[in-house]
Design a protein around this ligand. Sequence first.
Ligand code: PNS
Length: 165
Amino acid sequence: MKRAIYPGSFDPVTYGHLDVIERSLKITDELIVGVLKNNAKHPLFSVEERVSMLIEVTKHIPNVKVEAFDGLLVDYACQSHANIIVRGLRAITDFEYELQMSQTNYVLNPQIDTVFLTTRLEYAYLSSSTVKEVAMMGGDIKKFVPDIVGEKVREKYQLRREKNE
Ligand code: PNS
């Protein structure tokens, strides 16, 4: 039984992430989506909110489990008995960061390999940051994220606007 981890911030999950999740299941039997409790990055959503949105939008996909994690990714993978890390690669600009991360992880634990899936062309431009920027400026994000996620993003910015008033 092959088990892989797809780690990330998922702040929030986009169609690009969902595409990687679905395609990962061609190379693994089980996929754990690991959501980093990255308070240092000042995420828009709490880790609980990010996990809950991911559970909702992946509920139709079998063999996917969503969890929060902190600490080193390789330690989390080891504890979860997963020896594959999956990451999506959008463009050459992702490459340097991803290469550095995968090589560091390999040195930390050579039992765990990183596998890259190149993002489908239609999502190559897409990132959680741009989704947030568009939403913050009142733009339409329905082509970028599932409806329930779009609703939560809009609620967040609405709340922020109200608080600033
Ligand atoms: O979606 P992101 O923010 O690009 O995901 C980054 C993530 C979560 C994969 C990365 O920050 C991570 O693995 N953090 C855990 C800490 C760790 O293991 N650091 C050493 C790897 S260089």
